[in-house]
Ligand binder design. Sequence first.
Ligand code: ASP
Ligand code: MG
Length: 456
Amino acid sequence: MKKVVAKFGGSNLKRKEDIQKLVRVIKAYDRPMVIVVSAFYGITNHLIQSLAEVKKDESQIDVLKKFLREIKEESIFENFDDEQWRHQTMSKVEDRINQLGRYLTGIHYIGDVPEFVEDVVLSYGERLSSLVLTSILQANGIDAVEALPEDMPLITDGEFGNATVNFEVSAKLVQEKLKENKIYIVPGFYGVSPEGKVTLLGRGGSDYSAAAIARCLEAESLDVWKDVDGFMSADPKLVNNPKRIKSLSYSEAAELSYFGAGILHPRTVEPLKEVGIPINISNIDTFKNKIIPGTSICGSEEISESILKSVTYSNDFCILKLRGAGVGLKQGVLAKVTSALDNAGINIKSVITSQIVINVLVSVSDIRKAFKIVEELNLSAITEIITIDKVSTIAVVGEGMLEKPGISGKLFMALAQKSINVQMIISGASSVASYFIVSSDDREKAIAAIHDEFFK
Ligand code: ASP
Ligand code: MG
């Protein structure tokens, strides 16, 4: 029997009652499976902040250990009242927190956080989740066992902070490690390099961990549990009558995630699309007894009547505008710019060029650095560099978008009627998505205008 991989994220691990909900869901599956968990809500951010404090102040180590102990104690005490079980579980938690403490002491004394140590430290949010959850499931009579990525091992390309899983090497190892008919609990967010060092899979990366494990196991499905129903036609906070999307193609889901729909990490689709493993999104808050996904993502490339399935936005695309009379025709300018940005570890989200301007789109957190890097290149072809950061990227997504005439006309007419100025339009790069850039002040108006036009 094929396994199901289910992923529970920080939003499912926020309040005390959340764990009981999770236990009910796992009982409802009633089959051997693999569960991938994130850190409890907010813990990874807390660890990041503590790292900086611990470097300067040794007493912060105990402050952090106490904080983690209290959170875990709360979920342990809330979920079972067997004294012996509580004691045993707390003592395992204590051991794991002490392991973390030793890394932190090292950091304090060397006064630095080498990247390979940073990745280990930040993985402790997930390690504590998997430990506690395994114990709670066992106390509920479930045959659960914790499986750490380093024990499989789940092998990555070794890039610290943002690694990619090597499926070819990992598949057999993961299958072997998770082969029994049990419930395996795996901490998400990291794998290990070929040398055995912990490598994080990028912020929000436990969706990707779960996808990677599903791929290695050739799972029946990847079930991602959330506190919302699934993908919607737009952010329900911004529009009237948002519609739930029952089914999406892999490409639609990947583009929506890339352009800001916060349901899935953008990298979740990539490992599963190639092998056709479906992704189901379900809401834990509305779960009763049966598992009925809100959105299913699979190979079917269904064209909807309105063509558009969803409109989404991201505030994380800034523009680096490089002006120069002939940048478009001059050979090598773009190559020099993109290589320099790449060498500095900056991800380029999009490039739009013309004869007199090259627009490079990068993340908010990279825009200042990107400006400096291009400035230092001192290229004679570039006469002016401008950064534009008060913008939002709005994307419309739907299979069949490029084939049907009139979609763009309808879209931009809706915006024009609300006097929204479109600063840049990018269409045709993907067969299922078009996106455009507006001032961030116009973002909400633009989303509402498009939604009203296409989803009346
Ligand atoms: N805990 C990690 C983060 O906050 C991974 C995740 O939640 O998916 O980035
Ligand atoms: Mg997440």
